[in-house]
Every structure is written in C-alpha cells, then in structure tokens.
Design a protein around this ligand. Structure first.
Ligand code: XMP
Length: 320
C-alpha cells in the first residue's frame, strides 16, 4: 500500500525526532493497536524501546502467552512481563459493581505498575500507547454533541504529572482499518493483524457486577467456545468484534433430573468500520442454538445463553 508505506516512513521520522536519544516504554495490551505501535517504534529507535506487558488477570484464554511469544520470541523486542493479577483483582474487589469505578481503578493501577517498571529500568522519558483517533474523540465528546464522557478510556489522557513521561502516540491519526493496513505493511502476522479489538480493561468490563476470579474463569471458558464456533463457521473476519458477557443474574434451569441455578451469559457480535457505530450481527438461529448448547454443556456455572440484538447507538459495543 503506497500511502501506508509513506505514512510509515513519515511516522518513523517523527518518532525519531520526538524521542531523540530518550528511553521509551510501551504498554502492550494484547491488541492490534499497541502491537502495531510497538513494532513501529522499535523500527524507529530499536533498543531504546522496552515493551511492558501487564498481565492483569483480565485477559482471555491463552492470550498472555501469545503476546509474550510474538514479541519476545518472534520480534526480539525487549519485553517485561509483569504478573499483576493479584494486585488488580484485589483492588477491583473494592470497586463493587460500579463500571466507572472499575475503569478508573484499572487505569490507575496500569499507571502505577508502569511507573514502577519504568523506575526498575532506570527511568524512561516517554510512554508509548496505541491510541487511535476514535479513542481520542470518543473520550471527549459523543456524536459531535456537547462534551460528555461516555466511558473513561484507560489509555487516553489522565497521565499523572508525577510520571514525568511524555506520550508517544504514533497511531493517533488513524482508524482501526488503517492500523491493520499499517500492521501488514510492518509484516505482523495476519492472525494478529486480523484480531478483533480487545479493550484495555479486558474482561473486567465484560463481567458486570462485582469481579471475582471465579466469574472471570467462567467467562474465559465460555468466550473461548464462542470464538471457536465463530471461527469454525468462517465468520471471524466478517465480524468486527464478538465476545461473551457474564451477567450477574442467576436463573433456574434443569439438567438431567437436577434443578440448576446458574449465571446467564450474553453473546455479542457486531459489524462496524471504526467502532463508532455498529450493527448487531444477524446470525442464523442454528449457529446460536449450537453455540448455546456447547457453552451450557461445557461450562459449569452457566445454564442460560441470550443474544444481544442492540446496535450502537443506542447501545455501546461493550456492556460497560
Ligand atoms: P464502546 O463500548 O465504547 O467501544 O462502543 C468502542 C470500541 O472501543 C473498545 N473499548 C476500549 N478500548 N480501552 C480500549 O483500549 C478502553 O477503555 C475501551 N473501552 C471500549 C471496545 O472494545 C470497542 O472496540
């Protein structure tokens, strides 16, 4: 892609001019954006970059291992893997069910962990993030209307003064589809570039109500089955984003000759071009039936599955 190769060269020159001989740390979330940002910055400044992957215990099944394998093993980019599950879950336990409290807590902990890692590395001058254009506008205003915060995006703004790190955000002018083109241009594996978006606060915002490790484990299993069925049906690349949401509601069911009283799982799938607006995906009923049966049979703790048919607006893509 001609225009993307020009953008790549231009952005690399800009990063070099901004950073000079400074040290940069880049947070990897497991998503496409931070991965593309990291590879681009590595191309610009080489080993002045260290990546930090904070495993907050809110990742999907096998996701943490995949990120570490890609960066440390395939790309040879210095990567610090921080095991922070206990810290995140213990602080989240204090938030109760309030979605904004959860988002803010996660944002604060990310910053604390980064601060600590930067200190251990002997200080960093810059913090790199894979912030996209829609993140910038959605966290400021909505649909061009008055300034209203819909959700606190953990990776935008709010960098405390005491961090004394400047931001490097090479994707700030791009939309998701452009980031994917740039990722391909940079040679990232197709399986990674084509991944559905995954939010920084992870499964915490797909688990309405109080967060516990037990609920997260149930959600992880169900989500993996759902995505497996989507891939088998050849729908992964047709859908912008698909995920399961574990509801804080229990309902009565029957399994064999037993009464059950377990969680409801909501399935979500949307098509979109930029995440700003979205339509629910019109699955055929056979797909939904098959997937629900598998989830209920294979995941202990779920006895009912529902499908979310809300578009954006009026819904948001995530439930929190
Ligand atoms: P909503 O739910 O606002 O989401 O319609 C739009 C897109 O943004 C993702 N999202 C986030 N990504 N940090 C992120 O990096 C966040 O805090 C965050 N919140 C939502 C969401 O998954 C969807 O792709």
């Amino acid at each position: 892609d001609w225009s993307m190769s020009a953008y790549r060269a231009e952005t690399i020159a800009k990063i070099q001019a901004q950073v000079g001989k400074g040290r940069v740390i880049c947070g990897l979330s497991g998503g496409v954006d931070s991965a593309v940002a990291a590879v681009l910055i590595h191309e610009a400044i080489g080993d002045q970059l260290t990546c930090v992957f904070v495993d907050h215990g809110l990742m999907r099944e096998a996701e943490a291992e995949q990120v570490v394998a890609l960066f440390r093993d395939s790309y040879n980019i210095p990567l610090v893997h921080v095991e922070a599950e206990e810290l995140f879950l213990s602080e989240l336990a204090k938030c109760g069910a309030d979605p904004e409290a959860k988002r803010k807590t996660i944002g604060r902990l990310f910053i604390e962990v980064f601060d600590e890692e930067a200190r251990k590395l002997g200080g960093a001058d810059f913090l790199a993030q894979g912030t996209l254009y829609p993140d910038v506008i959605e966290s400021v205003s909505f649909s061009g209307g008055p300034s209203v915060t819909i959700k606190s995006h953990h990776n935008v703004g709010g960098l405390p003064e005491r961090m004394k790190m400047k931001l490097v955000e090479p994707l700030r002018e791009l939309f998701k589809d452009e980031v994917r083109v740039l990722g391909r241009e940079l040679g990232l594996p197709e399986a990674f570039v084509g991944r559905h978006p995954f939010p920084g606060p992870g499964l915490a915002i797909r688990c309405p109500g109080e967060i516990t490790k037990e609920k997260l484990d149930i959600l992880r299993k169900a989500d993996a089955i759902y995505l497996d069925e989507i891939r088998k049906a050849g729908l992964y690349d047709v859908i912008w984003q698909a995920f399961a949401v574990l509801l804080p509601v229990r309902t009565v069911g029957v399994m064999g000759d037993h009464r059950t009283y377990d969680h409801v799982l909501a399935l979500r799938a949307v098509t979109s071009v930029d995440g700003m607006t979205a339509d629910f995906y019109p699955y055929d009923m056979a797909f939904l039936g098959r997937t629900a049966t598998r989830i209920i049979n294979e995941v202990k703790g779920i006895n009912r599955v529902v499908y979310d048919v809300t578009s954006k607006p009026p819904g948001t893509i995530e439930w929190e």
